[in-house]
Design a protein around this ligand. Structure first.
Ligand SMILES: [Fe+2]
Ligand SMILES: [Fe+2]
Length: 165
């Protein structure tokens, strides 16, 4: 189901340090697998959440294609750097959490939260890598840029009600 990754449910593997090549590989692998889980989750959401408006369901399909593009940038970079995808396992906990979202609103908020965390991590990697490995750094930065619109979409359709004064 998750080729070319090696999935171990519940795997918690601390990434090796940056800016070593192993550390770069670990971040690329984890990010690429997060993109794959997001791609499939958006495609599935468009199919199953009948409570979502039609415009959101078509937006999800577009996001799924963007996540696929992100994944391919990351996998392409791993190939260029000769990083072995299956050297380390990845965890499917994001996917499992997304599967348990009961409606469109909770799905939107859960995935946006995860995209927000991924975006912050991507910006940190950009900072650490920009002088050492600018090609990889640029990929993380470009993805972080596109994720802004993914995150906004969730709150555009399902704003968080703030407590009144
Ligand atoms: Fe993405
Ligand atoms: Fe995204």
């Amino acid at each position: 189901m998750w080729a070319p990754f090696r999935v171990e449910t519940g795997a918690i593997i601390a990434p090796r340090p940056l800016p070593g090549i192993d550390g770069i590989g670990d971040r690329l692998r984890t990010a690429a697998f997060a993109e794959m889980q997001a791609e499939r989750a958006f495609a599935r959401a468009a199919e199953i959440y009948s409570d979502a408006p039609e415009s959101l369901r078509s937006a999800w399909l577009h996001l799924a294609s963007e996540e696929n593009r992100h994944m391919n940038w990351l996998l392409g970079r791993m190939k260029e750097l000769n990083i072995d995808i299956v050297e380390r396992p990845v965890s499917d906990s994001l996917w499992n959490s997304l599967m348990s979202c009961k409606d469109a609103r909770s799905f939107c908020h859960y995935i946006a939260d995860s995209e927000q965390r991924g975006r912050r991590a991507g910006l940190r990697f950009y900072d650490v890598l920009k002088d050492i490995d600018p090609t990889t750094a640029e990929i993380f930065s470009k993805i972080a840029e596109e994720e802004i619109r993914h995150i906004e979409l969730a709150f555009q359709f399902y704003p968080i009600e703030t407590a009144s004064r």
